[in-house]
Design a protein around this ligand. Structure first.
Ligand code: PXG
Length: 454
């Protein structure tokens, strides 16, 4: 084993003694010790051993404008000195939250002009669930409570968030999902399409929405929630037929549509929102991550005007958080949106770096381990397989984890979701940095194949 610096060992000891890390096997983490990330700039991270790492995941899908932007630190510092905290309960407000609400309304799809702020994406989805039910109750249809969601979707880790999500390994802990949430198939052709063409499978998966609405009864269904592109599930890009068919079904039935834009929002697809990319017309959109580029926690729910008009008739909405619309987070988000707009970062993704990344990534299709490369904007997925033609996996070999480890060891963060490698770099990644990412990815695929054959 390589020897670690005394400083690294000290931090790892603190981790062992005192820290419980999210989504981690506590015991295993103690044995291995966490990698300690100490600083970052642009698209690069440095660990406490001095390794420089290209962050192909933008943190956890969030660092849109890249690391090390002083403007965001300055905005936070200025706001902390002026008004570090005040709440928005009891008929009060403060300038940053109002200016941010307007800035979000300006970039959101037409007719979505109001925002309810939260501290995270999970809280955004909890807010959604309560707001949807409140909305239907005001309209005199209190039975419209059920939220339809999708298997392998990700909507957060609070009780409602994890229930809305379709991750069975999360449901297994803590007796989830809570009642009133039901899951339909995901549009994941590569893994679940069988003999169907992607187009046929897209229709098949979308039709499940109609089937489920009819099964439950439209009078009992409040909303359908979905990520435009599933992120944590493995960058699942629906077949071209999927969203048009879902749109037809939504138009036919009286239910609300919630787009979970926590990953797709703020430029990831080369448009402001995934809903813009697919021409969707949501009633609500959950946001977080790219809203502040992850510099400070903040989430929210953008709500369509017609829905707000109904809520206006409902008296108090008995919901909110101490940190809803926190002034420092709002000031940082405002500055982040200013940078995204003024530096034309999303236009650059759309016109330059997304087409380039997608072209370069697809070159990996010739690799013997690669069953499919897919992507949109600055999102990408690489399916690792034993047999390209049949899409057969290396069962039980943990190929994704092997590849992820090689990536770590070779200065690249690329995530593994099962045997799907995924990337979502900061939106400011340059073409040279994309070249570096793809070169490193190929090297790690080679090393993974070698390891499987040895
Ligand atoms: N919706 C979506 C689509 C998300 O991706 C959330 C909601 C919840 O946001 P908060 O801020 O409460 O975490 C997310 C979060 C992963 C991973 O493994 C992804 C997320 C969180 C943790 C891990 O890719 N996404």
């Amino acid at each position: 084993m390589t020897s670690k610096t005394p400083q690294t060992l000290e931090w790892q000891q603190l981790s062992n003694d005192h820290h419980l890390a999210p989504f981690s096997d506590f015991k295993q983490l103690k044995e291995v010790g966490p990698r300690i990330i100490t600083h970052a700039k642009g698209v690069y991270l440095w660990d406490s051993e001095g390794h420089k790492i290209l962050d192909g995941m933008a943190g956890l899908w969030c660092v849109a404008i890249g690391y090390g932007r002083d403007e965001l630190a300055d905005a936070a510092s200025k706001q902390m000195r002026e008004l570090p905290y005040y709440n928005l309960f009891f008929m009060t407000a403060h300038p940053p939250v109002l200016e941010l609400s307007k800035a979000i309304a300006d970039i959101a799809p037409e007719g979505m002009n109001h925002v309810f702020f939260t501290g995270s994406g999970s809280e955004g989805n909890d807010t959604m669930l309560r707001m949807v039910r409140h909305y239907w109750a005001i309209k005199g249809q209190p039975n419209k409570k059920v939220i339809i969601s999708r298997k392998n979707g990700y909507h957060g880790s609070t009780v409602a968030g994890a229930s809305l999500g379709g991750m069975t390994y999360m449901h297994e802990q803590g007796d989830l999902p809570i009642p009133g949430i039901t899951h339909i198939a995901q549009p994941y052709w590569f893994a679940e399409g069988g003999d169907m063409s992607p187009e046929e499978f897209g229709i098949f998966a979308a039709n499940q929405l109609e089937e489920r609405i009819l099964e439950i009864g439209v009078d009992n269904v409040g909303a359908f929630i979905a990520e435009p592109i599933q992120g944590a599930g493995g960058v699942i890009i629906p077949p071209d037929t999927y969203w048009p068919r879902i749109k037809e079904i939504l138009a036919k039935y009286d239910i609300l549509f919630v787009a979970d834009e926590v990953i797709c929002g703020f430029g990831r697809t080369g448009e402001w929102f995934g809903s813009d990319f697919y021409g969707l017309k949501p009633d609500m959109m959950t946001i977080a991550k790219g809203l502040t580029s992850g510099y400070i926690p903040m989430g929210g729910l953008i709500v369509r005007d017609e829905v707000v008009a109904v809520l206006n008739e409902g008296g108090d909405f008995n919901h909110g958080f101490t940190y809803s619309g926190h002034p420092v987070a709002a000031a940082v988000a405002l500055e982040n949106i200013r940078i995204l707009r003024e530096e034309k970062i999303i236009e650059n993704v759309h016109n330059e770096t997304a087409p380039y990344l997608q072209k370069r990534l697809r070159e990996l299709n010739d690799h013997p381990l690669v069953g499919e490369v897919r992507g949109v904007g600055l999102l990408g997925a690489i399916e690792l397989v034993q047999d390209k033609a049949t899409r057969k996996r290396y069962e039980g070999r943990g190929v994704g984890m092997i590849c992820r480890q090689f990536c770590f060891d070779n200065g690249l963060i690329m995530r593994a979701v099962g045997d799907t490698m995924i990337i979502a770099p900061p939106l400011v990644i340059s073409k040279d940095e994309i070249d570096e990412l793809v070169t490193k990815a190929r090297k790690c695929l080679d090393l993974t194949l070698e390891a499987l054959q040895s």
